[in-house]
Design a protein around this ligand. Structure first.
Ligand SMILES: Nc1nc2c(ncn2[C@@H]2O[C@H](COP(=O)(O)OP(=O)(O)OP(=O)(O)O)[C@@H](O)[C@H]2O)c(=O)[nH]1
Ligand SMILES: [Mg+2]
Length: 461
């Protein structure tokens, strides 16, 4: 995948569309396209960043379609190579013939992620930025799009590279000491080294801590709807999803299993889980369902408790809620005082939990559902800490793993320095810390790592 030949692929999604775009990248990109091109101006003599109108030819040399070619010159293109993007009408047949024609003209079919891989190899972007392009393409909400865009612009890699460069300088001095080991000299100031390692340890740990929020944004923020049986949980799910997702009935214990739906709330994609009402029961299946309710409760970033406000006798599973909130200190509680149509506005409800908000709702009439939506949106921001910190948020498991490794290695360096352990023993951990940091941006990498990352991309990316 590191060859320097000319590759091509359709970069628009498979299927029929208004237009489709074939990307051609490599040293012969312009010559290849010229071989299948008829137009007033030649692709080969086109200036950088210009568009040409013409006709593309099929494999038999006959006119295939009218086309627009956009010409980029190295190094000012996505891949850093010469690139021509050919836009044609998006018929499946035209797309297929266009690719065949480009192959016949001397291009090779691109492998999955090969355009992005070339962008990385030519230094147009680092690994985190290439990964962010894939994330941006996969984004499903404003929150995921922002996360990806920020990473694509390099905020995360800048942070990592700055730490690495500072540490690299001291590591070099430490390695130098090893060359003079007989003479017992210290080039690297221990104080400065300790200070810097503490900083790296702290910064990487903090970034890694943000992963659960980053992952939640990426995969959907877990929100669990819980409460007593018959409170209207499934009705609330249906109202928020604007769809008859879950079965609703006045029989207590209707929902047995967790019913999950991905919905949009504010800037977020939310993984909304309707659960079995929590109550004492001898029914084996219902009991298993209630176990799942408890698990959903433990995993939730926001707990949506539904209370039947028309029935003050209805039990509320406070024990389960309070214990879930005690174990995860960022979890927020939103209480929907439901069936408000039967009792009017609900004020002054006694909530024994902190980090909680009450909204009066009626799943039946729809009253209060918009307010519930916006209350959930703020609760999610608060639970993820995304309102306070608009900085870098890690959402990629590979970055998380590397940050954990860097932080652990930095902690070992710090410990060793504090204990006055000789430089050669410290140097090994320092090298590991640097390697972990370097693997994030791709400053240090192996062909295996690269092919694992880029082969997950699709062809044309
Ligand atoms: N009047 C009124 N009835 C409601 C409201 N929300 C739900 N209901 C009714 O309450 C009953 C129970 O609703 P569900 O949504 O099935 O309640 P649940 O909490 O999911 O119940 P389980 O699955 O058994 O735990 C149904 O008859 C609903 O039509 C509401 O806002 N007002
Ligand atoms: Mg239900």
């Amino acid at each position: 995948m590191t060859k320097n030949d000319t590759i091509c692929a359709i970069s628009t999604p498979p299927g029929v569309g208004g237009i489709a775009v074939a990307r051609v990248s490599g040293p012969d990109a312009r010559d290849v396209v010229q071989r299948i091109w008829r137009g007033r101006r030649a692709i080969t003599s086109a200036q950088a960043n210009t568009c040409l109108v013409g006709t593309v030819l099929d494999t038999c040399g006959e006119a295939l379609d009218q086309a627009v070619a956009t010409v980029f010159h190295a190094p000012h293109s996505f891949t850093g190579e010469d690139v021509v993007e050919v836009s044609v009408h998006g018929s499946r047949w035209v797309q297929q013939e266009l690719v065949m024609s480009l192959l016949k003209a001397g291009a090779r079919m691109a492998e999955a992620g090969e355009f992005s891989m070339r962008a990385f190899m030519s230094g147009r972007m680092d690994l985190t930025q290439a990964e962010a392009v894939a994330d941006l393409i996969a984004s499903t909400s404003r929150a995921t799009q922002r996360l990806a865009l920020r990473q694509m612009r390099g905020a995360f890699s800048d942070k990592i590279e700055r730490l690495r460069e500072e540490l690299l300088e001291l590591a070099a001095l430490l390695e130098l000491e090893l060359d003079f080991s007989e003479e017992d000299v210290e080039f690297a100031s221990r104080e400065r080294l300790m200070e810097l390692t503490a900083k790296v340890c702290d910064a990487t740990a903090r970034l890694a801590d943000g992963f659960s929020a980053g992952r939640a944004i990426r995969d959907g923020v877990p929100v669990a709807i819980v409460g007593a049986t018959n409170a209207g949980k499934s009705s609330i799910l249906n109202a928020l999803a604007d769809d008859e997702r879950a079965i609703v009935s006045d029989i207590h214990g209707t929902t047995r299993d967790v019913v999950e739906d991905l919905i949009s709330i504010g800037d977020y994609t939310v993984r909304l889980k309707d659960t079995a009402g929590i109550r004492h029961t001898t029914d084996t299946i219902e009991r298993l369902g209630i176990e799942r309710s408890r698990r959903a409760l433990q995993e939730a970033a926001v707990i949506l408790l539904v209370i039947d406000a028309s029935n003050s006798e209805a039990p509320v599973p406070w024990d389960d809620i309070l214990s879930a909130m005690a174990t995860s200190p960022h979890t927020r509680l939103v209480v929907a005082a439901n069936k408000s149509d039967l009792v009017g506005e609900i004020c002054n409800m006694d909530i024994p939990a902190e980090r909680a908000e009450v909204v009066s709702t009626s799943a039946l009439t729809g009253r209060g559902i918009d307010e519930l939506r916006s209350t959930l949106s703020s609760a999610i921001s608060a639970a993820l800490g995304t309102d306070a910190d608009s900085g870098v948020l890690v959402s990629n498991a590979r970055h998380y793993q590397a940050l954990r490794e860097a932080s652990a290695a930095a902690a070992r360096v710090l410990e060793a320095l504090q204990a006055g352990i000789p430089g050669d023993l410290v140097a090994q951990d320092l090298r590991e810390c640097l390697a972990a940091l370097g693997s994030i941006t791709g400053a240090i990498t192996t062909p295996e790592i690269l092919s694992t990352i880029f082969s997950r991309f699709c062809i044309g990316k």
